[in-house]
Design a protein around this ligand. Structure first.
Ligand SMILES: [Mg+2]
Ligand SMILES: [Zn+2]
Length: 189
């Protein structure tokens, strides 16, 4: 069996607009196109894997249990739209501002590759055939350190036609093309 490929997604700035420490439905503005993207990746045999630094936990802005409940809600919002998030990896630590046990120079906080390597082990992923989408240099750094084959830095913009947050023109199409490339299609899809 061929190893599975992942579409790794940063959360804040890729799935939702980064308003800073977003951990409630009220502050969650999904970025237009994210559901299309996840439906396309599933259709092409990829697993959708969230990899997110959650310094908000480290700093005590919200509890780990609150974040987990919130991510259950996010996943249910995806399901409502026939899209799925297959796994969520998060780093609750911070090397300087962490409180208590969260004060740690860990191996999971991006740009370190710990979350990606854990996903690789847990899910049996082909990292070289995988794609990572992030909006910051630390996302790309983590992807490159883990050996993810394609790492794309994207920017969410305000679409002037819809007045909704969206990916810059061409970004979505580019990722869809990568997902639909023949090499990325498993034999049993
Ligand atoms: Mg981000
Ligand atoms: Zn960590």
């Amino acid at each position: 069996m061929t190893a599975r490929r992942a579409l790794f997604l940063d959360k804040d700035g890729v799935i939702n607009v980064d308003h800073g420490y977003v951990c409630t439905p009220e502050r969650t503005d999904f970025i237009d196109g994210i559901f299309d993207l996840c439906r396309a990746s599933t259709r092409n045999g990829f697993l959708n894997v969230v990899v997110t630094n959650q310094a908000g936990i480290a700093r005590g802005h919200y509890a780990e249990s609150q974040f987990l409940a919130y991510m259950d809600w996010v996943r249910s919002e995806f399901r409502k739209r026939d899209a799925r998030l297959d796994a969520v990896y998060y780093c609750p630590h911070h090397p300087v501002h962490g409180i208590g046990d969260y004060l740690r120079d860990c191996e999971c906080r991006k740009p370190k590759p710990g979350m990606l390597l854990a996903a690789q082990r847990d899910l049996g992923l082909d990292l070289g055939g995988s794609i990572l989408i992030g909006d910051s240099g630390s996302d790309i750094g983590a992807g490159e350190a883990a050996g993810v084959g394609t790492c794309l830095r994207v920017a969410a913009i305000m679409d002037q036609a819809t007045m909704r947050p969206a990916f810059a023109a061409g970004t979505l199409q580019h990722v869809l093309t990568l997902l639909e490339h023949d090499d990325a299609r498993p034999a049993d899809a």
